[in-house]
Ligand binder design. Structure first.
Ligand code: PLP
Length: 388
């Protein structure tokens, strides 16, 4: 269709065109790209578990034992025993009574929020929430309003304005995926208590990253509440695939009965569940991987701040480097790739206009030498492009 071409031409002209890169190796700190070995500083594989031998072994053994596919949805004949083991471990990790696995984090958000709220309810959401949360809120039957990023004063104002007796769900990322900062969860929970609201927290980037044993944002702050619903994913620090929601027994039973992205999709393959279980056991028993991740993050942030980059208040291994225009961010990323370093440029609509950025993510498996290579190139290119 002619119209498709026009849309694509327009995207290119605005510096917003996106294209896929083919990777020809397993996911680790370096990958094979177009015949070259490149350093990866944009993966969500925080603990380097995506190609961990123990996870691979668990997945391989599960395929031998259970086959390659589950054959049906969980409510039909696909609910293999591994689900129970994973969900028990998840509840432990999150400090909740129960948990439920979804096929992806995206589907967990769509399914859970869609099931929790009904017509007439109110959702109050942080303006910088992840796209999957935005979609979930928009597609739900509730009214949907946003508050300024991490602005609990504005959140309180909106809570005061709710209709009498109206159910309210506060929705926030735990760690914000494009800023790398952390939601003010203790204050959000205090407001939820006072105004009798529930809180839905997306811990995709916090599980396995925050808290001594990787419990996430709530573990980081040492808070727990029956009002708190925690969502997460296996696809980031856990190095695998799949999503989950953790909360009360009643919540989980409600989701099993009402969440359409849970009901109407095929159960996950056993291999996926087995590697998730292996990952959960791994960092719960051994915090050294998480400690290494944070050491790498501290080293990088100290050096990058000395160079004069604006890291936008990052508090986690997600470290954005503010560039401004999408064209410049793209050019920066391209020049890094010419030096065999992969860092993606994040542009609108993923982030607000005028805040295009490079998004650097640190991993436990990066060596100091690899981080130094990145720092050196960031300095050279940053000066050439007048970012610093
Ligand atoms: C990645 C991500 C998701 C989606 O998780 P998947 O398991 O990859 O579908 C949801 N929320 C946030 C904040 C994310 O970063």
């Amino acid at each position: 269709m002619q119209e498709f071409k026009e849309i694509l031409t327009q995207l290119r002209a605005e510096g917003l065109y996106r294209a896929l890169l083919q990777i020809d190796s397993e996911a680790s700190a370096t990958v094979r790209l177009q015949g070259r070995d490149v350093l990866v500083f944009c993966a969500n594989n925080y603990l380097g578990l995506a190609n961990d031998a123990r996870l691979k072994k668990a997945a391989t053994e599960a395929i031998e034992a259970w086959g390659s596919g589950a054959g049906a949805a969980r409510l039909v004949s696909g609910n293999i025993g591994l689900y129970g083991a994973v969900e028990k471990k998840l509840a432990q990790c999150k400090g909740t009574a129960a948990a439920l696995v979804f096929s992806t984090g995206y589907m967990a958000n769509l399914g859970a929020i869609g099931a929790i709220v009904k017509k007439g309810d109110l959702i109050l959401a942080d303006r910088l929430n992840h796209a999957s949360l935005v979609d979930a809120c928009r597609l739900s039957d509730a009214r949907f309003r946003v508050y300024r990023h991490r602005d609990t004063a504005q959140l309180e104002m909106l809570l005061q304005k709710r209709n009498a007796g109206q159910n309210v769900l506060i929705v926030s990322d735990g760690v914000f995926s494009m800023e790398g900062d952390i939601a003010p969860l203790p204050e959000i929970l205090r407001l939820a208590d006072y105004y009798d609201a529930q809180v839905y927290l997306d811990d995709a980037h916090a599980t396995g990253v925050l808290g001594e044993n990787g419990g996430g944002t709530a573990a980081h702050f040492g808070c727990s509440s029956a009002r708190l619903i925690q969502m997460g994913t296996f696809s980031k620090a856990l190095g695998g695939f799949g999503g989950f929601v953790a909360g009360t027994e009643d919540l989980i039973h409600l989701l099993i009965n009402k969440a359409r992205p849970f009901i109407y999709t095929t159960a996950l393959p056993a291999s996926v569940l087995a590697s998730a279980l292996a990952a959960l056991e791994l960092f719960q028993n051994d915090p050294s991987l998480i400690q290494q991740l944070w050491r790498n993050r501290a080293y990088f942030v100290q050096k990058i701040s000395e160079l004069g980059f604006d890291i936008l208040g990052s508090e986690t291994p997600i470290v954005p480097l503010l560039i401004g225009s999408p064209e410049k961010a793209l050019l920066f990323s391209k020049q890094l790739l010419e030096k065999d370093i992969l860092v993606s440029a994040i542009r609108p609509p993923t982030v607000p206009k005028g805040t295009a950025r490079l998004r650097v993510t640190l991993m436990a498996s990066h060596t100091k030498e690899q981080i130094d290579v990145l720092l050196h190139e960031l300095e050279c290119i940053g000066q050439r492009l007048k970012v610093i």
